[in-house]
Design a protein around this ligand. Sequence first.
Ligand code: SF4
Ligand code: SF4
Length: 429
Amino acid sequence: MSHESLAYEKTFDCVQCGYCLPACPTYLTMGKETHSPRGRIHLVKMAAEGKIPLSDLEEPIELCLGCRACERVCPTNVQYGDILDSAKHVLQQEKKKTMPNRVKMLQNFMYQKAMPKERVLNSMGTGLAVYQKSGLQKVVQKSGLMNVFPEHLSAFENILPAVEGPMKKRNRQKDYPAANKPVYKVGFFKGCIMDTMFSSINTLSMKLLQAAGCKVTMIDEQTCCGAIQHHSGETETTKELARRNIEAFEQYDFDYIVNSIGGCGAMLIEYDHLFAGDPDWKDRARAFAEKNVEISVLLNELELPLQKEIPKAVTYQPSCHMTNVQKRVHEPLQLLKQIPGIHYIEMPEKDLCCGSAGIYNLVHYDESMDILDKKMKHATMVKPEVIVTTNPGCHLQMKLGIERENAGDQMEVVHLVELLAEACNISDE
Ligand code: SF4
Ligand code: SF4
């Protein structure tokens, strides 16, 4: 692996104008040129030319959230995502040369064995459900035992969602027929973390699509989308997962493949980027990518039986990957505003990343909390009762933000799908 794998040609599109700087959360909170889009692009260019060692790229690239807000404001359309991915891939290959074997094994287990395997994920989910439902979680929290762990682990333990028990998940429906001739035949993409931690949101999503006139199927052959692996520079593992998903879904005659996960959706619509130079896969990847849409796109086009009033003050925290990659800005908002009784209040600078960014908040906790605190300043300013999200990572991060503000008795976080389902009197039972 060498400098040649860096997306060198693409760095020439950057004219160093600096328009992207005010949009970059890490530049705003860290205040360094090297931690801005312009600075990072320049460093990648210098490294590709051999003028600086690859090690100089490490910190600036690792501290990039991958939110891609810089792409959205760039007047010359710099493909920052491709530049970032190439740098992550090169750095990960370099790191592996000196990585201790146990770390390599742990990473391989997480990326290749745990996340893509439903059996492993189900066991983890069962363990978590037992921990929560047996009362052990309460004992651990009361005893202060979590204080012996690093701050970020105890912080995340506090905001874990209530995980569904194994029986409920095992017995759930996977086919939702349409009442009449289906408007669309939909394949539902469930996601790995989403279906472990927030499986009820997946159930509600399928029921909403059904209520809107679709025939929905959740196929067993699907696997993890590969986003976390991709953002960690594990390109080969990502491609392997992408091939499995493409093969799985192309056996069915779906009009759309739908998900309720901003981050995974962004990965799925860019599968064609992974195979750009591969004649065997590029057309199949493009066909797959084109069928993928986030749920709010279809629900906004169709009609939902919204009937129950939800008289609450609501704000919306958009996921960066929804806004900057999938470019779905209006659909979630339009849906939200259709809910009877809702009082929508816009949060200042709502498009700024919340600092979740996959596993960024776990591996760069302090930097992530600086970004989150900035976000919470804006959230508390508008005093919402509900913060709506469309991505599990943002969902957990905003819960953490509410905890940090001690505002748990005033605000809650819900997925857009949960609010829509409530307004349609749809439950996950
Ligand atoms: S990435 Fe785009 S906006 Fe940022 S400095 Fe380069 S050309 Fe300007
Ligand atoms: S992806 Fe986000 S954090 Fe990274 S350079 Fe662009 S705006 Fe900044």
